[in-house]
Design a protein around this ligand. Sequence first.
Ligand code: R5P
Length: 287
Amino acid sequence: LLIFSGTAHPQLTNKICEYLNVSQGKVYIGRFPDKEVDVKVESDVRGADVFIVQPTCCPANENLMELLILIDCLRRASADRITAVIPYYGYARKDRKDEGRVPITAKLVANLLVNSGVDRVLTVDLHAAQIQGFFDIPVDHLLAGSVFVPYFESLKIPDLVVVSPDVGSLKQARSYAKRLHGDLAIVDKRRESAEKVSSLNIIGDVDQKNALLVDDMISTGGSIAEACRFLKDKGAKKIYICATHPVLCGNATEKLQKLPVEEIVVSDSIPIPGSKQLDNLKVISLA
Ligand code: R5P
């Protein structure tokens, strides 16, 4: 067993190796003068069971390309089995043609990965579970609930209602509500643009309850901010946020800083730069 890290998230790879007590495979990853990716694997991988840890985000293009080149490199070095560990699967939000003349990037990325020679993909909280079926190779779709739910259990939040900020996160919210013995509510969210969303209605009762908002990711922070405003408007008491992937782009951190919430709980599927740290942010490791 050999574990390699791309340059996207070496901290997570270190934690995984530490947890498993496995030393990391040696690889040089640099850039040619024209910025093309330069890779050389320095460990002997012939016949080995190899894992590469690399979220494909932040920046998505650089980290995806690096992952594809690493896979190609390991395949040509005669690794026996190559598993791409992609804690955050980027380009997932385009998973169908919801209007004319748009791509399906989640499928395109699946094709690129399979064609690069990967044998298996391991990922966490896909934006849409059906992306698993875009691959003709095994995909282990892990759920971050296995680390989040025990944490929220330990908080023992009374009068709990788990809230999905849109229909997309409903399954995740329902599963958390069941396991935390809370009620369930769903916000009817409408996206007006990439940065602007509005809430029209809520199904379920949040009045005088403590709300746990559950989403797969926080990107611009628009969805979470709007859901918090709406929940307060509907009489929610304390609000907790749980989002698997802290993409935190643009001024998301400033937006989150202003929210009237107890805690924002995320995973370390993506590294969070120091400049994006928040006082009430808790990061739970997926390692
Ligand atoms: C939407 O379908 C997702 O589950 C997230 O709610 C969304 O991508 C979050 O994006 P933002 O933070 O930009 O509102």
